[in-house]
Design a protein around this ligand. Structure first.
Ligand SMILES: *Cc1c(COP(=O)(O)O)cnc(C)c1O
Length: 381
């Protein structure tokens, strides 16, 4: 089944009891048993819910995994993956991470004796130098947030093959339409489904997908034991969002490319971070592992200060100033004070995340209007 058919059909059947073409929202906490232990596969809704089951089958198909396990948020999904580790284990992670990911690693799991190292692993020799016998996981985000660096997933997986190290890819920025890490050798994929999968900025949701039966069983155990499950209405919204994933992402990518070109030629813009440019250091890898170059664009201003950035951030009309990404509407953000506020300034500056850096999540509006909007906002600087 091709991707555009999977989003609509994979794992989705008309409701067996009524024929309803749309998956019903099973708003129930428990299920009646005919006799003790005699049930239809559903006992209690923390453990199983039919709306969630359909979504999990669909998501497993989109990432070419054997199982997908849904959570109440992307960070809840990540929490369960990190709980596969034991005290004393070490994790090597991309140094330009989603702020919440950095926070859960350092402030939550750091307390339980798990050691995290953050490095620019787009150069695999940098990663190699950090591997010790205690290294148990490589955590990859690509494209990275907000600098849009590209990590070669296949190269990372090849380097750690046979060493007992799991490779986990946070695929939120690419979405399964653009990139499928399990096909490139990764063991685990995590998504904040809040972003492109949901796509309409109306739900918080997360998922873990794997092609390894043992990992799937462990994550399912954690899903039930810890209990950070999504409600059925949220699962329905993600299922609904996914039906247009390929069309939305394709348009966002087309718009992002035009916007990146516009920004690059603008006199008030000093630098544009966009993997679609042939001058981008990760361009060749992006071409190899992604279908298109994504809907995210970051840029810095010639006037290298926060005050100027603030003028642009408050000056747009179609780009709304908000955290998050991946919705149909365009967003503009200030990573230094918003998504990456929890990362120390010295750490931020090391990767180029300055006080004047602006991040765009390009939506699917008419691109001419979006460019005009940025044009008038940049004129305020
Ligand atoms: C938003 C985001 C998360 C966290 O997901 P939530 O659904 O907000 O919990 C994790 N990783 C990336 C790359 C994100 O953008």
């Amino acid at each position: 089944m091709k991707f555009g058919t999977k989003v609509i059909h994979a794992g989705i059947e008309p409701d067996p009891s009524t024929g309803a073409i749309m998956t019903p929202i099973y708003q129930t906490s428990t299920y009646v048993q005919a006799a003790p232990g005699d049930h239809k596969g559903y006992e209690y809704a923390r453990t199983q819910n039919p709306t969630r089951t359909v979504l999990e089958k669909n998501l497993a198909a989109l990432e070419n995994g054997i199982d997908a396990i849904c959570f109440a948020s992307g960070l809840a999904a990540m929490d369960s993956v990190l709980k596969l580790l034991n005290p004393g284990d070490e994790v090597i992670a991309t140094d330009d991470l989603y702020g919440g990911s950095y926070r859960i690693m350092t402030k939550v799991f750091g307390k339980y004796g798990i050691k995290f190292q953050f490095a620019g692993i787009s150069d695999v020799s940098v990663m190699d130098a950090l591997i010790t016998p205690n290294t148990k996981m490589i955590w990859v985000e690509t494209p990275t947030n907000p600098m849009l660096n590209i990590i070669d997933i296949e190269a990372v997986c090849d380097h750690v093959k046979g060493k007992g190290i799991l490779v986990c890819v946070d695929n939120t920025f690419a979405s399964p339409y653009l990139q499928n890490p399990l096909d490139l050798g990764a063991d685990i994929v995590v998504h904040s489904a809040t972003k492109y999968l949901g796509g309409h900025s109306d739900v918080i949701h997360g998922v873990v997908v794997t092609k390894n039966a043992e990992i799937a069983a462990q994550i399912r155990f954690l899903q039930n034991a810890v209990g950070a499950v999504p409600g059925p209405q949220d699962c329905f919204l993600i299922l609904r969002g996914i039906k247009t994933l390929h069309i939305r992402v394709e348009r966002a990518c087309q718009n992002a490319e035009k916007i990146a070109l516009f920004l690059q030629s603008h006199s008030k813009v000093s630098k544009v971070y966009y993997p679609g440019f042939s001058s981008h250091p990760g361009h060749e890898v992006a071409k190899k592992q992604m279908k298109m170059f994504g809907g995210m664009v970051s840029f810095d201003l010639v006037a290298n200060n926060e005050e100027s950035a603030r003028k642009v951030l408050s000056g747009t009309h179609y780009f709304s100033l908000a955290e998050s990404l991946g919705g149909v509407e365009s967003l503009i953000g200030h990573p230094a004070s918003m998504t990456h506020g929890s990362i120390p300034k010295e750490e931020r500056l090391k990767v180029g995340l300055t006080d004047s850096l602006i991040r765009l999540s390009v939506g699917i509006e008419d691109v001419d209007d979006l460019i005009q909007d940025l044009e008038q906002a940049l004129a305020l600087v």
